[in-house]
Write a protein that binds this ligand. Structure first.
Ligand code: GAP
Length: 463
């Protein structure tokens, strides 16, 4: 069950930013669009535009960097979305990956039974308050969240396959392959990023819960007796990843699942929750899956899925710790945390205070005026910079307007080429957050900004 864990809980104070404001900025600046908009849109499905793609790529790249590149005990995998149908029998998803669903005979709407709240007028849906005060609900029915499709031309049971609802199973079924080639022994992990699909009954809150989304998952294999310690360690490591990338610590918390909300495979799960505009909600799940998955796949496939410890002369089935994060949900948390407005010289500015490594564009090069050789010199500087990281050249409109545009997409550094540049080769370097402007030699820019990108960073919202 995906269940109760994902219900937002009330925030104690009003949100600094509403979801509508974030959605509006995403549309205005071309981060994220409603899918198939010209046909009226497909519900809860979104397309990423230029800056959205760059931001999401950066989120994923930072994840890969932290969980594979900077560790010795992790390897990467990219398994197919479509898997042998027996996978889902073994994993328990065919039987257990369900949410309870109810229909309202009055509103003709459908709800998750675990998302209703009792009220004096009857059982009233809390997620979509209907037009009617009294709702007449059917008894809950279990609804399987997996998307079905058919492989090949014949649409019969033998051809039925599923779009994976989690990437994890691709890792478990490749356990033997990875062991053979990666020369790893527990504790070690396998990381994967890829699309997953869930026929959610009530998707919503923009890209928070959609039916098609991207997951970043780790399956970390350990000896059973070490599982609790590694579970704890991964909670700390994953918490630090979010804060190192600028999420404010007081907007994150860990919440342990109660026995009634554990997934069918989990013996213990804790969620990292973020204070989204709709309240505290799951950002990342960190589960102890025990030896459930490897044992089940061994049983269903007839293959031995265990590790043979040469030193001890014994084989064992590793237990699994699973930190699992949605790339889209993580991106939403970064956007919400970064969104800010302030008044500068009597004018309101909206700024995304993103960690520079997450920012879609690192530097914008702006000629002060479109004459006196400035555009040409600015273009030269821009071409040097873009060889190192994403940069933009913008010569259209007033300098103020150009800065406001860059602030809204979170560009950390603005570089202005002016009259003095033509004389002494220096430019002004503007900081997105402090608005401080310093004069620096144009020739040093790539080095200087490269060094800044590698520095630790704290959200300026922390004061
Ligand atoms: N393999 C573990 C697993 O699937 P989950 O808690 O169901 O666990 C893991 O999902 C993470 O994936 C969540 O914490 C969330 O970040 C993301 N996620 C899950 N369902 C999602 C959805 N419908 N839309 C967007 N992200 C989702």
């Amino acid at each position: 069950m995906t269940g109760i864990a994902e219900q937002p809980t009330e925030a104690s104070h009003p949100p600094e930013v509403t979801l509508d404001e974030v959605v509006a900025l995403c549309k205005r600046r071309g981060f994220i669009f409603q899918s198939s908009e010209i046909y009226g849109g497909l519900a809860s499905t979104y397309d990423y535009g230029h800056y959205g793609v760059q931001l999401k790529n950066n989120v994923k790249a930072e994840w890969w960097r932290a969980v594979v590149q900077e560790r010795d005990d992790m390897v990467a995998l990219d398994a197919a979305i479509l898997m042998h149908p027996r996978t889902w029998e073994a994993s328990g998803h065919l039987e257990g990956f369900t949410d309870p669903m109810v229909d309202c005979r009055t509103c003709k709407l459908r709800f998750r039974a675990d998302k209703l709240e009792d009220s004096a007028c009857g059982r009233k849906p809390s997620v979509h308050p209907g037009e009617h005060s009294e709702c007449d609900l059917t008894e809950p029915r279990q609804f399987n969240l997996m998307f079905e499709t058919f492989m090949g031309p014949v649409r019969d049971d033998a051809a039925r396959v599923y779009l994976r609802p989690e990437t994890a199973q691709g890792i478990f079924v490749n356990f033997k392959n990875v062991l053979q080639f990666a020369r790893k022994k527990p504790p070690f992990g396998i990381a994967q990023v890829g699309k997953a699909f869930r026929n959610e009954i009530t998707p919503g809150n923009f890209i928070f819960r959609t039916r098609e989304f991207e997951m970043m998952e780790i399956e970390y294999f350990v000896r059973g007796e070490d599982a609790d310690r590694w579970h704890q360690q991964w909670m700390e490591d994953r918490m630090r990843w979010h804060t190192d990338l600028g999420i404010r610590p007081d907007h994150l918390r860990l919440r342990k699942h109660g026995p009634d909300e554990l997934s069918h495979y989990s013996s213990a799960t804790s969620d990292i929750e973020y204070l989204f505009p709709m309240g505290w909600s799951e950002l990342e799940g960190i589960a102890n899956r025990g030896d459930y998955d490897l044992s089940r796949h061994a049983e269903f496939s007839g293959e031995k899925l265990e590790y043979y410890d040469q030193d001890k002369g014994e084989a064992f089935v590793p237990h699994v710790i699973e930190p699992s994060l949605g790339a889209d949900r993580s991106l939403l948390a970064f956007l919400v945390d970064a969104y800010d407005t302030e008044e500068v010289e009597g004018r309101k500015r909206t700024v995304l205070r993103l960690h520079p490594r997450l920012a879609p564009v690192k530097a914008a090069v702006l000629p002060l005026v479109s004459k006196a050789g400035m555009p040409e010199r600015a273009r030269e500087i821009y071409e040097q910079l873009r060889a190192r990281f994403p940069a933009e050249f913008d010569e259209g409109g007033s300098i103020g307007r150009r800065y406001r545009r860059q602030d809204e997409i979170g560009t950390p550094w603005g570089i202005t080429v002016d009259g003095q540049t033509m004389e002494d080769g220096t430019v002004t370097l503007r900081d997105r957050d402090s608005l401080e402007q310093v004069r620096v030699p144009a020739d040093d820019l790539a080095e200087r900004l490269g060094a800044k990108l590698a520095e630790p960073w704290l959200s300026p919202k922390l004061g």
